[in-house]
Design a protein around this ligand. Structure first.
Ligand SMILES: Cc1cc2nc3c(=O)[nH]c(=O)nc-3n(C[C@H](O)[C@H](O)[C@H](O)COP(=O)(O)OP(=O)(O)OC[C@H]3O[C@@H](n4cnc5c(N)ncnc54)[C@H](O)[C@@H]3O)c2cc1C
Length: 332
């Protein structure tokens, strides 16, 4: 099946809102009053998800075939264990110039991860592989860029090491065994959400996979921001200390992902139109959260960045393909 002898033929050179007003949310004791303001234009054009992305209009429209995006090839610089199930992979090198940076706090890259047994080395000629060795096509996996330092030619992604007792997933396994000097191809960056600095209240809801994007958004909030972040983790030991303004309460829920539903259902939101919400995680949970937040709580869709980051029981390739079909939509 694999033919390392022909792999060099398949290589290629890398080519390179709405006015806010007084809002009360959270608990009855935690009501806030802030002055009216108007939402500025988004810092970046809409990407594949987030406010203006699939959480809004992007998931419903059929997509035209896009030209192949350029690949950047970076080296693994460092590997840092942030908690038992979260591994930071620092990537770097001059190849970072082949990525397009943006200012979204949920900006993300797509890693191209072939089976090591294929003998392929980055960058990859995806067209030729699709034609001649489709079984060797690299798997594509999406990760939030937690830090991006163009001058230092370095970016960090934080990878959840998931699995029921045993590590599973192409990307999680790659991260777990990545060594300094390993080369990896990636594309990007996408991203569409940044917190609205003028919002009266902020709400962040997510599971472990969304923790990096929530952490980046919390750091970007103005000092006087108010709100709440609710993050579900499977294990107590995976709590991280996150930096956020004093007015933003961070709550970890340890246990099943369904805990997010109970918490969302118990939220009291006085003025949903003045809220800025970022909600991402497992597809089935996100679908239910969307109903709670939009239908039950009345949050207008344009105040909500919501999308599935992964789907239980499906590898990312399958899940991303489903997103383009009616079955994969979270807004049905
Ligand atoms: C825009 C965006 C940003 C993302 N940012 C991050 C990020 O910063 N950090 C991060 O860790 N993930 C992030 N994700 C989610 C990540 O892309 C998926 O979890 C991906 O499926 C992981 O790939 P894998 O190869 O490890 O597992 P896959 O091969 O895709 O899946 C193998 C199995 O593992 C299950 N699985 C996949 N992910 C998880 C998970 N998180 N927890 C439990 N089971 C899982 C699947 O259901 C499947 O059964 C992001 C996704 C998107 C769309």
């Amino acid at each position: 099946m694999h033919d390392p002898g022909t792999s060099s033929d398949l290589r290629r050179i890398s080519a390179p809102r709405i006015p806010s007003r007084v809002v009360g949310m959270m608990s009855p004791n935690d009501r806030a009053a802030d002055a009216a303001s108007t939402r500025p234009a988004p810092a970046v054009p809409p990407g594949e998800h987030g406010r203006g992305g699939p959480g809004r209009s992007g998931e419903s429209a059929p997509r035209a075939k896009r030209p192949e995006r350029p690949q950047a090839v970076l080296e693994v610089i460092d590997r840092t264990r942030l908690s038992p199930s979260l591994l930071r992979i620092s990537l770097g090198g001059p190849g970072i110039a082949d990525l397009s940076c943006n200012d979204a706090t949920d900006r993300y890259v797509k890693l191209l991860l072939p089976d090591p047994a294929s003998g392929l080395t980055p960058p990859y000629d995806m067209e030729a592989l699709r034609r001649e060795r489709p079984e060797d096509l690299p798997r594509i996996r999406t990760y939030t860029v937690r830090h991006w330092d163009t001058a230092a030619q370095r970016l960090d992604i934080d990878v959840v090491l998931h699995g029921d007792g045993e590590l599973e997933g192409v990307a999680a396994t790659w991260a777990d065994s990545a060594l300094p000097g390993d080369r990896v191809a990636l594309r990007g960056a996408g991203g569409a959400y940044s917190p609205d600095p003028a919002a009266a209240q902020h709400l962040f809801i997510g599971d472990h996979s969304a923790l990096p994007a929530i952490a980046a958004a919390l750091e970007a909030l103005p000092e006087d921001a108010r709100g709440r972040a609710v993050i579900q983790l499977e294990h107590e030991g995976d709590r991280l200390h996150l930096t956020a303004p004093d007015g933003v309460r961070i709550q970890y829920l340890i246990g099943a992902r369904e805990l997010l539903l109970e918490t969302a259902a118990s939220l009291e939101i006085e003025d949903p139109s003045a809220l800025d919400a970022f909600v991402h995680g497992e597809r089935g949970i996100i679908k239910q959260l969307r109903r709670i937040l939009v239908v039950d709580k009345g949050i207008p869709r344009d105040r909500l960045s919501i999308s599935a980051y992964w789907a239980l029981g499906r590898v990312e390739d399958r899940f991303q393909a489903e997103k383009r079909e009616p079955i994969g939509r979270i807004d049905e």
